[in-house]
Design a binder for this molecule. Structure first.
Ligand code: URA
Ligand code: SF4
Length: 209
C-alpha cells in the first residue's frame, strides 16, 4: 500500500471505530488531514466542539491560531499533517483517559509510519507524553529531541497560548525554529535508522540546535 492508501485506510477505520467509549458521543470522528509526504506532523490532543461538528482537526479558535503560527514561518496548513492523540471528542472537552489514549494509539502510530515526517511537533501535554512520559512541558518546550529514531519537538498547545497571553511569544519562538529543523533533517537519511532498544527510554536533547 502507498502512504496515501494507508492514511485513507486508517481514516476509514477511525470513522467506524468503537474501540473506546468516545465513539458513543462523537458526531464525527477526526482522523486528521494533510499530505502523505508532509515534512511536519502536528499532533494535538483531541477534537473539540467544532472539530466534532466538521470531522476536521483544528478548525476552531486554536486552529486559527495554528494557521497564524504557520503563516509566520511561511507555511500553510495544506503543507503539514495535523492530527490528535484521540480521534473522537471527549465530552465537554475533558482530558482524554489513559484507556482512550491506549485504544486510539495504533491509529496514530500507523499515521506516523506512513508519513514518516522529518519533524513531529507535539501540541500540549497529552501528545508530548506519548514520546516523553515524564517530561514537564515548561522545561522541554521548543527542544528538538531524537526519540525512537524520530525528531520530536514538544510545544505548548495553541489553546493554552490563547488562554495565557504570556505563552504567545514562547510558542511563536518555538515555531520559528521549525524551518531550520526541517532543513537540517533533510540532510539525514530518508529512512531513520532504528535506535538500539536500550537507548529508547533516554531521549537526548540535540546539542547542535
Ligand atoms: N485542540 C486539539 O487538541 N485538537 C484539535 O483538533 C482542536 C483543538
Ligand atoms: Fe476509536 Fe480513537 Fe475514537 Fe476511541 S477515540 S472510538 S479508539 S477512534
Amino acid at each position: 500500500m502507498t502512504s496515501s492508501e494507508i492514511l485513507e485506510q486508517v481514516a476509514q477505520e477511525v470513522s467506524a471505530c468503537q474501540k473506546c467509549i468516545l465513539f458513543h458521543s462523537r458526531k464525527n470522528a477526526v482522523p486528521g488531514e494533510g499530505p502523505a509526504n508532509a515534512d511536519i506532523m502536528f499532533i494535538g490532543e483531541g477534537p473539540g466542539f467544532h472539530e466534532n461538528e466538521q470531522g476536521r482537526p483544528f478548525v476552531g479558535a486554536a486552529g486559527r491560531f495554528l494557521d497564524e503560527l504557520l503563516a509566520k514561518i511561511g507555511m500553510e496548513r495544506s503543507q503539514v499533517f495535523i492530527t490528535n492523540v484521540v480521534k473522537c471528542r471527549p465530552p465537554s472537552n475533558r482530558d482524554p483517559l489513559i484507556e482512550e489514549l491506549e485504544a486510539c494509539s495504533d491509529y496514530l502510530e500507523r499515521q506516523i509510519q506512513a508519513i514518516n515526517p522529518k519533524v513531529i511537533v507535539t501540541l500540549g501535554r497529552f501528545s508530548m507524553a506519548r514520546f516523553l512520559p515524564n517530561a514537564k512541558i515548561s522545561a522541554v518546550h521548543g527542544q528538538a529531541m531524537h526519540i525512537r529514531a524520530r525528531l520530536v519537538v514538544p510545544m505548548y498547545h495553541p489553546a493554552a497560548a490563547l488562554h495565557q497571553g504570556s505563552l504567545r511569544p514562547v510558542i511563536e519562538r518555538d515555531f520559528a525554529q521549525l524551518p531550520e529543523l526541517i532543513a537540517k533533517a533533510s540532510d539525514a537519511p530518508e529512512h531513520p535508522v532504528e535506535v538500539p532498544q536500550e537507548d529508547k527510554q533516554d531521549p537526548e536533547q540535540l546539542s547542535f540546535f
